[in-house]
Design a protein around this ligand. Structure first.
Ligand SMILES: Cc1ncc(COP(=O)(O)O)c(C=O)c1O
Length: 508
């Protein structure tokens, strides 16, 4: 390879080869591979070592820090027509990208619902990139790996062995695809060609008032309109009220509407509340409505024997959307849609264009391809990092880390309840603790959170409950222990006291 490249070298070499630092040969003659594989190997090994060092010492650095203006400005440069030496680009990554990431690998990151990733997931992601498999279809092992994952998830959730499943970006997308299948089943295949003109009546859907915003968005994207989503009130625990669900369906039926979908939530985004999935399944069955579960993070409580009762009834859903990148810590992104009726799944999306014809043998063989199960034709090998994660860690270890998150959340709740300065404002059903600085306005809650984030000591987030801004800590990270929760409380008290005593003066 090096010899060939040397032989091809023409005229005066200009800039260096990005990967090897060796001089350019005529571009038209070159592949995009490094000229010097040995140097590429050396640099790659060093980059991997650096990343392993970074992860194994993650606690020594700030949880998050904003990128300085000069760093941000580096990403406003014009398109590079000539490549640079890989060593220089790696140095840029180390100085200008790595320090300014989201921070969700750090145990004191408690904002939003972010998974932390794992070193083994990182390794798998690199191997997948090496194979560069297109998992949209065709006859290759990547599809078997994805089918293996589908069978495992079917087992976890008590679905039939031959349930259907597909990796997607995240639960927002999985919920959208679940809704499209429900729409297809309600209106028949005609909806694929005729659109909503095929509907004999107005479609209506149901979910809780605490459901994630992507459900309403899915109705908008599907052309049904979010106005036709009934946001059913929740009880004191944050779960959808079944009496109100029944009433909403009955009212729509009386108006001649066509109720077609009810979405139960396993772990609401704001507080981690669990809907009564058993109760929703009964209602959905009685009314012949598609029952979909948004289990973005909470569905994986099913891995734990202790927590599994919280998601009882999930096995009766028609479809489940959940993320591997949240509580299973598969590196972003890895959302999944599991569908009980494999044929219903396929008939919503399958498309027999001539260039996607199946062959009796060869690379074009095999049924069903993932491109039959969603709109993506080109797809990466997400299944590989999920397979590595489950094969190396095992489902029980992931379940134990999920249980620990819930214990840490309860520990944090207990600590906060003992401090008169704070009030816990929602029941802690799972792993999310929502609280406020007692007696203070919304601006103090916001200032305390921004302060903790900017000091790099912890990263909680904010949400709104009952019209008031609250501080939200979602314990999702497998690295977070009660020791970190205690450290969080110390920083929280320092920031809060500084705000209460000095108005907007920040504790540093
Ligand atoms: C309950 C729930 N549904 C849906 C989503 C969206 O998932 P994603 O960000 O993977 O699209 C989230 C994200 O936190 C969530 O908590």
């Amino acid at each position: 390879m090096r010899k060939t490249a040397a032989a091809l070298r023409t005229r005066k070499p200009a800039a260096a080869d990005p990967a090897s630092g060796t001089p350019h040969v005529a571009l038209a003659e070159r592949t995009l591979d490094p000229d010097d594989w040995e140097r590429f190997r050396e640099l790659s090994h060093r980059a991997l070592d650096d990343m392993i060092d970074h992860l194994s010492t993650i606690e020594e650095r700030p949880v998050w820090q904003p990128a300085p203006a000069a760093t941000r400005a580096r990403f406003e440069r014009p398109l590079p027509h000539r490549g640079r030496d890989l060593a220089h680009v790696l140095a840029d990554f180390a100085s200008h990208i790595k320090p300014y990431a989201t921070g969700n690998t750090h145990p004191l990151f408690m904002g939003w619902v972010h998974g932390a990733g794992t070193p083994v997931g990182m390794l798998a992601e690199m191997l997948a990139a090496g194979l560069n498999a297109n998992c949209g279809g065709r006859n290759h092992i990547g599809l078997d790996v994805e089918r293996q994952l589908t069978a495992w998830f079917a087992e976890v959730f008590g679905f039939p062995r031959y349930a259907s499943g597909v990796f997607v970006t995240g639960t927002s997308m999985a919920n959208f695809l679940g809704l499209l299948i429900a729409r297809n089943e309600a209106l028949g295949q005609a909806v694929r060609t005729e659109g909503l003109a095929a509907a004999p009546a107005q479609l209506t859907a149901y979910t809780s008032a605490q459901a994630h915003g992507c459900i309403a968005q899915a109705l908008e994207l599907a052309g049904i309109g979010s106005r036709h989503l009934r946001l059913v009130p929740v009880d004191a625990a944050g779960a959808m009220r079944l009496d109100r669900l029944e009433a909403a369906i009955a009212k729509d039926r009386r108006k001649g509407h066509l109720p077609f979908l009810v979405v139960g939530t396993a772990g609401t985004v704001n507080t981690g509340a669990m809907d009564d999935l058993e109760g929703i399944a009964d209602i959905a069955e009685a009314h012949k409505i598609w029952f979909h579960v948004d289990g973005a993070f909470g569905a994986l409580a099913a891995l734990s024997k202790r927590l599994r009762p919280l998601v009882a009834g999930i096995e009766r859903a028609q479809s489940i959307a959940f993320d591997l990148h949240k509580w299973a810590h598969v590196p972003y992104d890895a959302g999944f849609l599991l569908v009980r009726d494999a044929e219903a799944h396929r008939r919503t999306f399958a498309n027999r264009a001539a260039y996607l014809q199946r062959a009796p043998r060869g690379l074009g063989a095999g049924e069903v391809w993932p491109c039959d199960l969603g709109p993506d034709l080109s797809r990466g090998f997400r299944a590989l990092k999920a397979w590595f994660t489950l094969e190396t860690l095992g489902a029980d270890r992931i379940a134990a880390s999920i249980e620990r998150c819930c214990r840490v959340a309860r520990h944090l709740e207990q600590r906060l309840r003992k401090l008169p300065m704070f009030e816990v404002v929602a029941p802690v059903a799972l792993n999310i603790v929502c609280f406020r600085v007692r007696g203070a306005g919304d601006e103090v809650q916001e200032a305390v959170v921004m302060d903790l984030q900017e000091r790099g000591v912890a990263a909680p987030s904010l949400t709104v409950l009952g019209g008031r801004t609250v501080i939200r800590t979602a314990i999702v990270n497998h690295r977070t222990t009660t020791r970190h929760a205690d450290r969080f409380v110390e920083h929280l008290m320092a920031s809060t006291l500084a705000h209460l005593q000095c108005g907007s003066v920040v504790a540093r």
